[in-house]
Structure formats: C-alpha cells, structure tokens
Design a protein around this ligand. Structure first.
Ligand code: COA
Length: 255
C-alpha cells in the first residue's frame, strides 16, 4: 500500500515508517493518523525485525495532533479521534518486534505520545519533546497520561503535563524520556546502527522479552479513563479558547 503523507520503506528486515507532512511539521490529521496505523500494520504483517518511526525533514518528529482539525470537534467526534489515536499508539506499543522513535526536532502532544509508544527513543541535540496539550485546554489523549509517568515518574510527569513543558533533549534524557541523545547530523547513522544491532538479535527471544516487560503494564483502565476524559473536554471554554488561540497565533487567555 502507499499513502500520501506516510512512507513505509525497507532495508533488509528493518521497516522505517516516516510521517511525511512537513508543511504542518508532520502534525497528524485523520488521513495521516490512519495511514500511520496502516503502515505499522503492514510492517508487522511483513515480519519486520525492527520498526523505526520518524518524521520527514529536520524540523519535527511529529508536532502533535492536528489542531486545526481538532478545533471544532464535538465531544462525540473527539471521542472517536481519541480512540483512533489510542489504536495507533497501541499498535506501535504491541508491535511484534522492537520499535525505535527517531526524534529529530519537535515531538509535542500526540507526537510525544507516538514516541512514547515506541520501545526506544533516540533524540537529536536540538529535539524538543513534551505533552503540551494543557495550553490547548485539553489533556494528553493518546496514552500520555499513562505512558509519561511510567517513563519519567509521577512528579516529573505531572510537572510536564500541568505546565505543558517542552523539554530539551538533554533534560529529556536526564528524565528518562530519551535513551540517548546524539548530534543532529549523526542521528540517521545512529538510528541505522541501533536498528541493525536489534535486527541481528534472536527475534523470538526479543519478542518474548518485550511481551514479558509489557505484562507488568497490562492494566488498561487508565488508558480507558483517559480516552473518555479527553473527549469530554471538547466544547469546554478551555478547549475552545486554547485551540482558537493557536489557530489565531496568539496566547490563550483561560477564564
Ligand atoms: N497542528 C496543526 N498544524 C500545526 C501543528 C499542529 N499540531 N503544529 C504546527 N503546525 C503548522 C502551523 O500551523 C504552521 O502552518 P502554516 O505554515 O500553514 O501557518 C506550520 O505547521 C509551521 O508551524 P509554525 O508554528 O509556523 O512553526 P514554528 O517553528 O514557529 O513553531 C511549533 C513550531 C511546533 C513550536 C509550533 O508550531 C507549535 O507550538 N505547534 C503546536 C504544538 C502542540 O501544541 N502540539 C500538541 C497538539 S496535541
């Protein structure tokens, strides 16, 4: 299959999925999010030994869910949008082989969440990452409220989510969000090297290790709660003001 805004490329058994919407800093609209899910599914169905997830260009991994699209969603529509994002993040998290997010540039909101659904994260020195949804009057809606505390601890996750912090790469590594940080011009080589190293490991044992680690996080009630709460915020004065302010390129004024 081919898609307009997502690419799936192969190098031996390594599948690379690239979100390719650089004009919107690879923000995920419906078409792109659906394509991302399909590309991940196709990579899994074709027995990828490693999945690499990245964004096109040097500016962004994924700048988040598409705010212009989300701005006028009803509660019901937002619920469906949240479910779709959860489905894609879950598909990445449950991918039957190791997954690596290559974060070169911005990874905010839904972009941060897709990176956190991956097993490993490499950041470039200029990367910025965070669950920044609060400034849009909403909460992380694709698993961030559950995966972020798991990675960085509860206090740090609350600081990041409550304040909408955008962590630089060095801080993200200190907090446990990036496993490693590399110079901007070395990130592609490092990603290829790490993917090749993973692809050479025994696949059944790797999958067993991944599944065993996942068992410790098998309680999905938090994810379900987040899905419902995310949708319920649409139509509130917070969400309307937060997203209108972004589209109008001004600071929000919350009541
Ligand atoms: N949704 C929709 N469009 C987005 C977007 C998003 N999440 N992030 C960026 N874009 C678009 C901008 O609207 C702009 O489009 P335009 O050229 O048609 O006006 C284009 O991408 C470039 O973004 P711009 O804001 O001009 O670039 P910048 O370098 O000044 O700032 C960011 C980059 C990432 C800091 C800024 O775009 C931003 O804060 N984006 C929103 C991040 C966010 O809150 N994500 C969470 C969503 S859940």
């Amino acid at each position: 299959m081919t898609w307009d805004t997502v690419k799936l490329e192969w190098s031996d058994d390594i599948a690379t999925v690239t979100v390719d919407r650089p004009d919107a800093l690879n923000a995920l609209n419906v078409e792109t999010l659906e394509a991302l899910g399909e590309a991940v599914g196709e990579a899994g169905a074709n027995d990828a030994r490693v999945l690499v997830l990245r964004g096109a260009g040097d500016d962004a991994f994924i700048a988040g869910a598409d705010i212009a699209y989300m701005k006028d969603l009803s509660t019901t529509e937002a619920q469906a949008w949240g479910e779709l994002g959860h489905d894609v993040a879950d598909a990445i998290e449950r991918f039957p082989a190791p997954t690596v997010a290559v974060v070169d540039g911005y990874a905010f909101g839904g972009g941060c969440e897709m990176a956190m659904a991956c097993d490993l994260r490499i950041g470039s020195e200029s990367a910025l990452i965070g669950n920044t949804e609060i400034d849009l009057g909403i909460i992380p809606g694709w698993g961030g409220t559950q995966r972020l505390p798991r990675l960085v601890g509860e206090e740090t996750a609350k600081r990041m989510i409550f304040l909408g912090q955008r962590l630089d790469a060095e801080t993200a590594a200190e907090e446990g969000l990036f496993g490693e940080v590399v110079p901007d011009d070395e990130i592609d080589d490092r990603a290829a090297e790490l993917a090749a190293e993973l692809a050479a490991k025994p696949p059944f044992a790797l999958r067993a290790a991944k599944d065993a680690i996942a068992q410790g996080y098998s309680d999905v009630s938090g994810l379900d709660y987040e899905k419902r709460t995310f949708g319920s915020l649409f139509g509130t004065p917070d969400q309307r003001e937060g997203m209108e302010a972004f589209v109008e390129n001004r600071e929000p004024e919350f009541q």
